[in-house]
Write a protein that binds this ligand. Structure first.
Ligand SMILES: NC(=O)c1ccc[n+]([C@@H]2O[C@H](COP(=O)([O-])OP(=O)(O)OC[C@H]3O[C@@H](n4cnc5c(N)ncnc54)[C@H](O)[C@@H]3O)[C@@H](O)[C@H]2O)c1
Length: 239
């Protein structure tokens, strides 16, 4: 087993609770919990690492607080990408340790790599058009999911024709249409379809539970302690 860690959980909802279960099973100690009602963060200072799964409006503030307190922080909160560059700059200035993933599942990160490779192949065959389906439970606050955005960016990075994404089917031809559905109790489904008049190629990832995200976040926390810099799953999984 890896070293026993004192872990702070910032956000104690579905993800925070699943991470706690797995962390305790692995012998780690949860030393601090924060929810939307938490006022006093002084006990956060005793943690070796913080794991942050909260709310789009709280993600940046939580990361900032940890970096300023010198606590390595793993964040999985989606919907605050507009502040990501500020978080990375702060991390560099303070020589902190910050790990972000829009999706902590090992399988999804393999899926990201597969998506990019497929997009690279498809770039030479413009008769195929891409679109995406993203399905999550009805309590999800942001749409499209952070994972869907990462997938769309992966397509745009490797395809000559695509430059971005849109939630409208009547989007510009160079934007990948993302069809968002909210259906309980879906933990997270992402399907990418490349369609031509002749045939269709589809790749799909279906999460069966939240455990994959929680296991990945904990793996990231164990890996991050003792490092400095800004990291993603590509660093952890060496993809
Ligand atoms: N990156 C991933 O792999 C991944 C996986 C699942 C969920 N998520 C994201 O994680 C986040 C949380 O998901 P969840 O399903 O646990 O949500 P949830 O609604 O079950 O729980 C949210 C928690 O955050 C707390 N919170 C809200 N505002 C806060 C604040 N200002 N400060 C501290 N805590 C605050 C709430 O009290 C609650 O405990 C969402 O953004 C979701 O999209 C990411």
């Amino acid at each position: 087993m890896s070293k026993t860690l004192k872990i702070a959980l910032l956000g104690y909802g579905k993800m925070g609770k699943t991470i706690e279960e797995i962390a305790v099973e692995k012998g780690h100690k949860i030393v601090f919990h924060a929810t939307v009602d938490t006022q006093d963060y002084s006990d956060l200072s005793g943690a070796d690492v913080a794991i942050e799964f909260s709310h789009p409006e709280a993600g940046f503030g939580n990361v900032q607080r940890c970096i300023e307190m010198g606590i390595p922080v793993v964040s999985g909160t989606t919907g605050w990408m507009d502040k990501m560059e500020s978080a990375k700059t702060l991390c560099e200035e303070k020589q902190g340790a910050f790990f972000y993933a829009s999706n902590f599942s090992v399988g999804v990160n393999l899926f990201f790599a597969l998506n990019e490779r497929l997009s690279q192949l498809m770039s030479r065959f413009p008769t195929y058009q891409a679109e995406m389906l993203e399905v999550h439970h009805t309590q999800k606050k942001d749409a499209p999911s952070g994972t869907a955005i990462t997938l769309a960016e992966g397509i745009a990075k490797h395809h000559e024709h695509y430059t971005g994404w849109s939630l409208s089917r009547n989007s510009a031809a160079n934007e990948v249409f993302i069809d968002v559905e909210r259906v309980d109790p879906t933990p997270g489904t992402h399907k990418i379809t490349w369609q031509s008049v002749i045939d269709t190629i589809e790749i799909q990832h279906i999460a069966h539970s939240r455990t994959g995200f929680a296991t990945g976040a904990l793996m990231a926390a164990e890996w991050l302690v003792g490092k400095s810099g800004c990291f993603t799953m590509r660093d952890l999984l060496q993809l």
